[in-house]
Write a protein that binds this ligand. Structure first.
Ligand code: GLN
Length: 497
């Protein structure tokens, strides 16, 4: 069962080969066995999960073939701890929310609940999703199941590690500057960050609201399509939610075809992604694997065109102005008054604020708040924040021009495979540079994916696919075609078994 995709598990449940209670118990047992050494979950509540599983079994039992049941009914899923989940501890990886039991569900959670999915637990993450290695979590670093001395990637590293170690068949993540794609790459998963506005942000704890977007993480493009079907849709409670006709991402995946099924597809290769390694920091091993993956795409019939994203080099600096600016505003709500951590001792009201925030937030979060308030301050607003917004527009325009020449853009997801725990922890700029390939996509609001494309020294690498606005179905198809021809995505960490 553990080797099966969500799609296959769904068939097994429908065929009554296994019940949801049995399946959920299987994963709970595995979590109990392996989570202590991986630290992928912050919260597991077997009683709650099994109650959901029982309800799903009952739904599937009603009538012939379980009328009312959908493809996700009874499927256990891991949810990133950034999603408010009613009755569950929802920490966002922070001490600040260490005692916060959410009184309501995020839209994403509500939709999975309505689909009958089972919540297996809440996954570990960088504090308030700030990080690229999952080392900033108050609940400790997540260990990469491929090598437990290495990082799982951040900030959705708990979700990635959980699926890679097969503690869950699939999971959710969120991506503000790469946090779905980068951990997917480092843990050998398929992850999709949809177009901004496609998935509701309601109840998803805000980091940088104009960049945050939730998406699925699984082993295959097919599983991501299945999860995305449930996640998307207009939500009046999110003012940036996009109203558009629903697509059936799974139904739109192409059937297996031999020969050159991607004939006519134009893949754009930005010179800035493939140029001198001193600019991108990309290792020769990762570059080699990405080039081999692109060669495979050529075999499938696609052609490549050289393109340019001239403002790409400004994406990391622009992001690290805009994201902290928004974060400093979003995080002002954590004041120790209504919910969350409150310092045990204080003199007056102001001291209560100061101490609660000083004790509740970790170093990286404080660093972002300081940068954010600085760039928004009266004297520096024009020089930093406004300038970064202008650059953001230029970057988005670069993509508009690029998509006149190609259907999809490809390149590495992360400049390296998983690095060692602690390796970059003391140098924030080095850490920020590991987002060099992913951040521009968020600044432009485009959809992006990472898919497994091979191994260097037994560590997985990811190929990034970037699509035009609302081209999720196309991206999933392009990924699916590759997965029909390769088996990188089916490998799992030998150490965990
Ligand atoms: N690594 C980036 C940051 O720390 C992106 C994180 C994310 O996508 N949530 O801001």
């Amino acid at each position: 069962m553990l080797a099966r995709s969500v799609t296959a598990l769904s068939q097994a449940l429908a065929a009554k080969e296994i019940s949801s209670v049995e399946l959920t118990q299987l994963y709970l047992d595995r979590i109990a066995l392996h989570n202590p050494s991986i630290n992928a979950f912050i919260t597991v509540d077997a009683r709650k999960s099994l109650a959901q599983a029982k309800a799903a079994d009952e739904l599937r039992a009603v009538g012939k073939g379980g009328a009312g049941a959908g493809p996700l009914t009874g499927i256990p899923l891991a949810q990133k701890d950034i999603f408010c989940s009613k009755g569950w501890l929802t920490t966002c990886g922070s001490k600040m929310l260490g005692n916060f039991v959410s009184p309501y569900d995020a839209t994403v959670i509500e939709r999975f609940n309505d689909a009958g999915a089972v919540m297996l637990g809440k996954t570990n993450m960088d504090e308030f999703a700030m990080g690229s290695s999952n080392e900033t979590s108050y609940y400790g670093a997540v260990k990469n199941p491929w090598d437990r001395g290495r990082v799982s990637g951040g900030s959705s590293g708990g979700s990635a590690a959980a699926v890679a170690a097969r503690l869950a068949p699939a999971a959710t993540g969120t991506d503000t500057g790469g946090s779905i794609r980068q951990p997917a790459a480092l843990c050998n998963l398929t992850g999709l960050k949809p177009t901004y506005g496609v998935v509701s942000r309601y109840g998803m704890i805000a980091f940088a609201s104009s960049l945050d977007q939730a998406g699925p993480m699984g082993r295959t493009a097919e599983d991501c399509a299945l999860l995305l079907n449930t996640m998307v849709g207009f939500d009046p409670r999110d003012s940036t939610s996009v109203s558009r006709e629903k697509e059936d991402y799974l139904g739109m995946l192409s059937a297996r075809a031999d020969g050159k099924p991607l004939t006519g597809l134009k893949i754009g290769l930005p010179q800035e992604f493939f140029g001198a390694s001193e600019r991108t920091g990309c290792t020769a091993e990762v570059m080699h694997l990405v080039e081999e993956a692109i060669a495979e795409y050529r075999k499938l019939g696609a052609e490549t065109v050289d393109i340019s994203l001239p403002n790409m080099k400004l994406s990391v600096p622009a992001y690290y102005v805009i994201a902290p600016a928004e974060a400093s505003s979003n995080l002002s709500r954590f004041d120790g008054v209504r919910y969350g951590y409150r310092a045990p001792e204080y003199g007056d009201l102001n001291e209560m604020y100061f101490r609660s925030r000083a004790q509740g937030f970790g170093d990286e979060v404080k660093r972002r708040i300081l940068i954010g308030t600085y760039v928004l301050s009266h004297g520096y607003y024009d020089a930093y924040y406004l300038q970064a917004q202008r650059i953001r527009r230029l970057i988005a325009n670069d993509f508009v021009a690029a998509f006149r020449q190609c259907d999809v853009i490809m390149g590495p997801t992360s400049p390296s495979t998983a690095f060692s725990l602690g390796e970059k922890a003391a140098d924030p700029v080095q850490m920020y540079l590991s987002d060099i390939y992913t951040i521009a996509v968020n600044l432009a609001g485009l959809p992006g994916m990472s898919i497994p494309c091979g191994f260097a020294n037994s560590l997985p690498a990811g190929l990034q696919l970037i699509g035009d606005y609302f081209c999720e179905a196309k991206l999933l198809n392009i990924a699916h075609r590759y997965q029909q021809a390769t088996d990188w995505h089916l490998r799992y960490p030998p150490e965990i078994g």
